[in-house]
Design a protein around this ligand. Sequence first.
Ligand SMILES: NC(=O)c1ccc[n+]([C@@H]2O[C@H](COP(=O)([O-])OP(=O)(O)OC[C@H]3O[C@@H](n4cnc5c(N)ncnc54)[C@H](OP(=O)(O)O)[C@@H]3O)[C@@H](O)[C@H]2O)c1
Length: 199
Amino acid sequence: MEYKVLSNGVKMPQLGYGVYQVTKEECERCVLDALKAGYRLIDTAQSYFNEEEVGSAIKKSGIPREEIFLTTKVWIEHYGYEACKASIEESMRKLQTDYLDLLLLHQPFADYYGAWRALEEYYEAGKIRAIGISNFYPDRMIDIATFAHIKPMINQVEIHPYHQQEESKTWHDKYGIQMEVWAPFGEGRDDMFTDATLS
Ligand SMILES: NC(=O)c1ccc[n+]([C@@H]2O[C@H](COP(=O)([O-])OP(=O)(O)OC[C@H]3O[C@@H](n4cnc5c(N)ncnc54)[C@H](OP(=O)(O)O)[C@@H]3O)[C@@H](O)[C@H]2O)c1
């Protein structure tokens, strides 16, 4: 497995398995299969409604917790300082863990400033190893990177051959924020797998 080292020194597997649109019924089996196949980064979110199944798969796998890099994301309706803190506790309970490797704010809407303060607090208490954002365009990313107490370590955004975000990457490099890709296969759309230019 290859790794990326984040700005705070945390090592993160470069390849991961995401469970967006994986149903509750299938999720535990899918995550167990992914772990058996060698994946060590699992990416879920409060809004995927499958954190409990991810947690039980990790438990059942028998793989030591510290060998797995576990990500979840706070959904917009849990933004604001107090609501975000309560949702982090709920996510950790569902995931059957007392710490998270990476916690992201899922979208740059509503009171994400208050939510970010909650992430900072958990990070400083050692309960989250890395904190970040998701779907923040460069202007929002620069805003939080400049004015927050702790700069995000990650911005998880859509990147694939049809949406390369080169200019955005130059801004992230400038601020030392690692871009993490979602939909690397363009969600299977636009005939990416039969595109003559790509094959
Ligand atoms: N932060 C965010 O807002 C956000 C948003 C979206 C996703 N994510 C994260 O990123 C993860 C990955 O993104 P994603 O699942 O949306 O998109 P993706 O990985 O780009 O695409 C998955 C799709 O690609 C298809 N596919 C894969 N290999 C293929 C092949 N060889 N031939 C044809 N089709 C193929 C799959 O089809 P089959 O289903 O038929 O296998 C599946 O539908 C998610 O699970 C989630 O964890 C985050």
